[in-house]
Design a protein. Structure first.
Length: 288
């Protein structure tokens, strides 16, 4: 299932923003009376709040209300309903909403969001080829190739045993090449600084993250040992630029990477300021 936080960010439903008619995106241009526009925006806001808190049933009802009030023309309402439906396991219903998203708005960013939701629906239905195609479209369309979108695609590729390609998407498609195992002179303007541990640089500390699952195929084959991965721990504490330095077979590299990419750290610091740092993480798989 798609992570709730990913959906909220993906849809741009910013629940901390005050409610206003400007939050409602419709096609054609919104011509609703001001009081009706407010009611639509209010329902979208309440749906986003419920979605973020994990109350998916209430979220769906709020988004349906907004959809009805907007006469089926609010992209935000339909996108929210698709997301809530997916979280409730109503995958076919979610796909119907996604098709409507594409009818309402064909701008590249919103098409990308629709394709990501479509890919997640297909993955839930175990239609992996369709999921891969939709998520590839999403990666190409969404600005900045978001890590959540690339992670969703990597997960589908791993399920198809396309491990090498999956791991490339978690390494930012090679964009991290200069960041790995490199210290850039801070006196060079305009270039990113990626520090190594040591000296005044403090070590990042893991705050949260799940233990990578042990793939059954690897357990049956009694494959065990260490998967060693290099990564950048960002100043925001997020993991980026993952790559396998020393791996194992039978899906263990994928399992480790897909878990580690969602770990959260207290970032490394230098003189008290958070920094990006190159970091090596080892995951042990063992059969007791």
């Amino acid at each position: 299932m798609v992570r709730v936080g990913t959906l909220v960010v993906l849809l741009g439903l910013v629940v901390s923003m005050p409610v206003s008619g400007a939050q409602v995106a419709t096609t054609p241009e919104d011509s609703q009376p001001a009081n009706l526009s407010y009611e639509i925006a209010k329902s979208v806001y309440e749906g986003a709040t419920a979605l973020q808190s994990g109350n998916f049933k209430s979220a769906l009802e709020y988004f349906k209300t907004a959809d009805t009030l907007a006469g089926g023309l609010s992209w935000d309402a339909v996108a929210g309903a698709a997301s809530a439906s997916l979280q409730l396991g109503k995958v076919s219903q979610a796909l119907e909403y996604v098709e409507r998203m594409l009818e309402i708005d064909q701008t590249p960013k919103r098409r990308g969001i629709a394709y990501q939701l479509m890919g997640s629906c297909f993955a839930e239905k175990n239609k992996l080829s369709d999921a891969e195609a939709s998520l590839r479209d999403a990666v190409d369309l969404l600005p900045g190739r978001p890590i959540g979108t690339r992670t969703a695609l990597a997960k589908v590729l791993c399920r198809q045993k396309k491990e090498e390609e999956a791991l490339q998407f978690l390494d930012d498609d090679g964009l991290c090449e200069q960041k790995h195992n490199t210290v850039v002179d801070p006196s060079e303007p305009g270039r990113p600084i990626r520090w190594k541990l040591g000296g005044p640089v403090t070590e990042p500390v893991k705050l949260s993250g799940t233990v990578p699952p042990y793939p059954e195929v690897a357990r049956r084959a009694r494959i065990q040992g260490l998967v060693v991965m290099g990564a950048i721990i960002g100043k925001d504490g997020n993991v980026r630029c993952l790559r396998v330095l020393d791996g194992l077979s039978h899906g263990l590299n994928c399992s480790a990477a897909l878990s580690l990419i969602n770990w959260k750290f207290s970032p490394a610091t230098i003189e008290g300021d958070p920094i990006d740092v190159y970091y090596i993480i080892s995951v042990r798989f063992g059969i007791s």
